[in-house]
Write a new protein. Structure first.
Lengths: 161, 263
């Protein structure tokens, strides 16, 4: 076992891990941050997306030790300081961007990474950016709407089907 | 995953030393292929040597007519910083998905030589030079069949040098589930001729389509490829596409790449 330390949602976190311990495992099992979901464990579904030093990564496809010293952001750190939903989370609620909710943590983290890079994405850019985030309930339309709304754009023009 | 030690050197020299001692070790690039492989227990190294913390392996720079990409540079960085070679930047920006592009590296992709990966087509069509910790290897000598390369055990790709072409383009026909190339064709036009590299199609991995190269070197228009075809024999045939289908796509994607080629 090797000690790993990182900053998670602004707070220092440390623990003993094996070489093979995934970041997703460390977050969920050792830190108890179970908002990061593991859907496929094969780096396809994106439910486990977190930010490592500001970049969206699949936490099931990076070892915990590789995040040594990094700033990690997870869904648990996304709400506003007073506990209310942040702009993206609120938009997901307002536009019914979730049904079962399993993919939602990854969707919100990917959306946050997108809007940081590209504050006013087009619908096509949103869809392209979500290529690595699978949702089996919504058919994506309402997720795309929510992200466009969170970016302050009018979503009236998006197909309602 | 089977258990292994994970080492995280910060200097290339330390990584080389770790990879050459008696412990059975594998270099770990961005891990976007190797980690899923380990999860399936298809590899069982005693030790992984992560290259992710080695600053000297990262970065994109342009000098004269050559774009050099550090072996540990993630795809997202190439997409953002390889503006001097737009076709290469576009290729990097369309590998996998954004989270994969933030981790996966050019050196890892080339060393793995997946028969459906994008970067091998760029390296081969550009006549790139692969620089390792011990030598330089021409792309023409590097790719040696599916998942097979000229690299020795423990040899690390430290940089890839791309001669910048006059015009180039990469067209990928995506396998809709994996987004890997069902067939991808990279066309690059240089003063001394055109190079065409095909990924995704052949059971031998990435290859140059010399017949199209000859035709396009004489006449760089999509029409020049009309009537040319690669034999279906030797193509990959699977549930996503038959051998004949892939062979047909090679011609289609080559024409599209030529039509779209820009400097």
């Amino acid at each position: 076992m090797t000690q790993v330390s990182m900053t998670v949602n602004g707070k220092a976190a440390r623990g003993d891990v094996e070489g093979r311990t995934l970041l997703s495992t460390f977050l969920r099992d050792q830190l108890g941050l179970t908002g990061t979901h593991v859907g496929c464990d094969t780096s396809q579904c994106g439910a486990c997306v977190v930010h490592v030093d500001g970049k969206a990564v699949k936490s099931c496809t990076i070892f915990a030790l590789e995040a040594e010293g990094a700033e990690v952001a997870t869904i648990e750190g996304q709400a506003n300081a007073d506990g209310s939903l942040n702009v993206i989370q609120q938009a997901f609620q307002d536009h019914h961007g979730l049904q079962c909710g399993f993919c939602t943590p990854g969707m919100v983290m990917s959306a946050a990474a997108l809007l940081k890079e590209n504050p006013k994405p087009s619908e096509a850019e949103v869809r392209d950016y979500l290529e690595g985030n699978l949702c089996r309930c919504t058919g994506y339309h309402n997720i795309v709407k929510a992200i466009l709304a969170a970016s302050g754009q009018d979503v009236g023009a998006i197909a309602a089907e | 995953m089977y258990s292994f030690e994970l080492e995280r050197p910060t200097r290339l020299a330390d990584a080389v030393k770790l990879l050459s001692d008696s412990t059975e070790s594998l270099p770990l690039g961005g891990g976007q292929t190797l980690i899923p492989t380990l999860k399936q227990r298809l590899a069982s190294p005693e030790r992984l040597v992560s290259l992710a913390g080695i600053a000297e392996l990262k970065g994109v720079k342009t000098e004269g007519g050559t774009l050099t990409v550090g072996g540990g540079t993630p795809h997202a960085t190439v997409a953002a910083e390889a503006g001097a070679y737009p076709a290469l930047a576009a290729l990097a920006g369309n590998i996998g998905d954004p989270a994969v592009r933030n981790r996966g590296t050019i050196g890892g992709s080339l060393a793995n030589n997946d028969p459906s990966a994008c970067y091998p087509a760029a390296a081969l069509a550009s006549g790139a030079t692969l620089v390792t910790d011990r030598r330089e290897i021409a792309a023409d000598d590097f790719f040696q069949g599916m998942f097979s390369t000229a690299l020795d055990e423990g040899e690390i790709i430290t940089a890839v040098r791309f001669p910048i072409p006059e015009a180039a383009n990469y067209q990928k026909f995506e396998q809709p589930a994996s987004r890997f190339a069902l067939v991808g064709v990279f066309v690059a036009k240089y003063p001394d001729g055109v190079r065409v590299a095909v990924t995704g199609a052949s059971e031998e991995g990435v290859f140059r389509w010399s017949e199209a190269e000859t035709a396009l070197s004489a006449d760089f228009r999509a029409e020049a490829v009309q009537g040319l075809s690669v034999p279906a024999e030797g193509m990959i045939g699977d549930l996503h596409g038959s051998k004949a289908y892939r062979a047909h796509l090679v011609g289609v994607m080559t024409k599209r790449a030529v039509a779209a080629a820009k400097g």
